[in-house]
Structures are given as C-alpha cells and as structure tokens.
Ligand binder design. Structure first.
Ligand code: FES
Length: 389
C-alpha cells in the first residue's frame, strides 16, 4: 500500500517536471543565436593532426652516403599537408609512388627525432637501393618531388613501464635509422633512458651518421663502433659479443636491435649468458624478401577487389602483395612485415606458405581463412578477396 502511494507521488512529480521541461526548452531555443555549429571541433582537429592517415610531402634534401644509400628529408607539400604528424622514436612511415605501371608502397623507419617533426616539421628516412620503390627513390627521385606517405606507425618503441632504464642498442649496416631516432630522442630529452649503442659494420667506410652519433656522446649516450675488418681509431675489432656488452653497458638492460635477420639470431645467442636477467629483447621488423626456391614457377593469382576481378601472374618466390603491385593493382599495405593487418585478405582458394616467423594473424583469421598477402608465397594458383582495396 505504502509502496503504491510512493510510486504515485513520484509519478506525479515526474509529470510536473516534464510539463515544465517543454517551456524551458522553448526558452533556451529562443535565446540561442541562429548561427550554424562549427564545422570542426578542437578535439577533431587534434585527432586529425595525430592520425592524418595520408600525408603529402616534398623532398627537401637528398644526402648521398654512397652510390646506393641516400637520406631523404621530407617536408610538408604545403598544399594537402601543412603539419607533419608527430611520432615516437622507432616508428616507420610507408611511402607510396607510381613506378612505371605499378603503384608501390614500402615502409621506411624514421631516422629523424620526434622533436624534428614536432618543432621543425620534417622527417628523414635513409634508403638503400634494393627493391622497386627503393631503387626508384635512389635513382630517380629528386628535390621538389611530391610523395604520398602514411602517418607514422609501429611499436618498436621504448616503453617506460616495460623496459629498463638502460638500453643496449645493436645496429647493423644501414639498419640504423630507428635506433638513431631513439638515440636522438634520449639525447634531446624527449625520452628517458640511457643508451649504449653498438654500431656493427663490416668495414669503417660503411658507418653512416658518424658525426651525428659522435656529437651525442655524453652522460646518457655512448657509441661503440664494432668493425669486422679494417681499422678505425677507438673502435672494437671483430663482431658484436657479450664481452663487449659487459665492457661498455650496465646490466640489467633492454635490448633493441635493428639490422638484418641473420644479425638478430646472432645477437640473441650472444646475450643468452645474461639470462634470465635479460628477457626484454625488441627487434625492428624487416620487410619480407623473395624466398629461395629450388624450381621457379609462375602461378595464376586471381584478385577480387571491390567490383573488379584481376588475373595476374605470381612467381612462387615472391609474395602475393608484390605480385599484385607488380601488376599495377593498388593493394592495401603498411608494415609489409606481416604484423599490422592492413593487407588482410580472404583466401578463396589455393595453397600457400607464410614467411617463417612473420605470420602474425589472429587465431580467428587462421580458422576462417584470412591471410596477410605481404608475408605469403603461393604454392599453387591462388584466389583472393581484398576487402580494403
Ligand atoms: S602490410 Fe602489415 S600485415 Fe601486411
């Protein structure tokens, strides 16, 4: 009885409130100026700045290190892009360009520092002439050319909650850029760690950015040149080793590596002696190369993309993504290393082999037949549905 009475009282009060609500709203509408809402809000502008998707850049400067290695400085083109997106040291961008009849994409790690983007509005990447797009950049691209690039991506970055305060960085050959960016970030104070940097090269003439590295040496940054053959004053001769780590670095540390896949296996073996203390090891993912095959074959690759169907040849030593790009199909891609999922496509039929250690699909994708064409080689004719193309 009391409960019912309470309900009636509250119901009555709600009705009274509602009756007052309508004139109150009318009052607010009458007082509101008849001006349109803003086209964009601060929060949308910030989101767009942080994640622009595509960016358009002009080549501002090209530095030639050798006949096949060049560093490119990119600035905004000033028309479609005014400010470059900020990034974290260790991240990469993808560059997309038309090369002949193909539209190709390639990922390059950023060698400039986060502050260079934020305060000086430029990125730099270092390119070795190997592969369609890298060859094109090294031989044909010139100052003033405009390129389409992606926003920065990647998780090869220092994480203060996960990683130790001491970082051991091991770089091999041209694969120095992401670690160079991390070294600059530590030196500039935008990231908080101490770095011991082992730069391993076959001979002294292959050392890149020596002046920049030497200029950063101080309390927080140490560089050790490890030269296999030849001589360089003050360098360590031979190969990277656990003894060098004991000599120069503080333990415990987190290891970051950037170089060829063979170097990763070698370095992992060398630091085994620090186990179990050292378990944080991060390797910058490399692009996926052609595979070695005993007998070269060419299969038919059928690609369904939006309302079109393409039939293109695909060699058994190249990935499905490379075959599509070679045939001029604009297939989506980003990391080109099996990890980001941007190229994710539905396998309709066919046999394939994924590049060892590169297949980072979700379990559900394994189960329901989705693949990452950037890391898959054909073993028969293959049919694909590419949903994001
Ligand atoms: S492009 Fe990143 S997984 Fe294929």
């Amino acid at each position: 009885m009391a409960y019912n009475f309470k309900r009636q009282i509250f119901g009555f009060m709600d009705m009274l409130r509602f009756v007052k609500l309508v004139p109150k709203r009318r009052e607010i509408f009458a007082e509101t100026p008849a001006t349109p809402l803003p086209a964009s809000y601060k929060v949308n502008e910030t989101a767009k700045f942080l994640h622009p998707g595509k960016q358009f850049v002009k080549i501002d400067k090209i530095t030639e290190h050798s006949s096949d290695v060049k560093t490119f400085v990119f600035v905004p083109d000033g028309e479609k892009t005014a400010r470059l997106a900020p990034f974290r040291a260790g991240q990469y961008i993808t560059v997309t360009a038309n090369v002949g009849a193909s539209r190709v994409t390639r990922a390059y790690t950023l060698g400039s520092s986060p502050k260079d983007a934020l305060e000086r509005n430029f990125y730099s990447v270092t390119v070795k002439a190997a592969g369609i797009l890298s060859d094109y950049l090294c031989t044909q691209a010139k100052v003033g050319d405009v390129l389409e690039i992606s926003e920065p991506s990647g998780d090869f970055c220092y994480e203060p909650l996960r990683d130790k305060k001491n970082v051991v960085a091991v770089a091999g050959g041209v694969g120095i850029t992401s670690l160079l960016s991390m070294a600059k970030a530590a030196h500039e104070g935008s990231e908080d760690y101490d770095m011991t940097f082992f730069y391993c090269v076959p001979s002294a003439k292959e050392i890149l950015f020596k002046d920049e590295l030497d200029a950063m040496v101080g309390d927080r940054f140490k560089v050790v040149y490890v030269v296999e053959k030849g001589d360089l004053p003050g360098c360590e001769k031979g190969l990277f080793s656990s003894d060098l780590v004991k000599k120069y670095a503080k333990v415990p540390f987190t290891l970051f590596m950037c170089g060829p896949d063979g170097m990763y296996a070698f370095v992992r073996k060398e630091i085994e002696c620090f186990s179990p203390e050292i378990k944080d090891v991060h390797a910058s993912p490399n692009g996926i190369a052609d595979r070695k095959v005993e007998e070269k074959k060419t299969f038919k690759l059928t690609v369904k993309m939006r309302d079109k169907v393409y039939e293109v040849p695909c060699r058994n030593d190249e990935t499905l993504l490379v075959a599509m790009e070679r045939a001029g199909i604009t297939a989506p891609s980003k990391c080109r290393a099996g990890g980001c999922g941007v190229c994710r496509s539905k396998l309709l039929s066919g046999e394939y082999t994924a590049a060892p250690g590169r297949d980072k699909r979700r379990l559900a994708d394994f189960k329901f037949g989705w693949i990452h064409p950037c890391c898959v080689y054909p073993d028969s004719d293959v049919s694909l549905d590419v949903p994001q193309g």
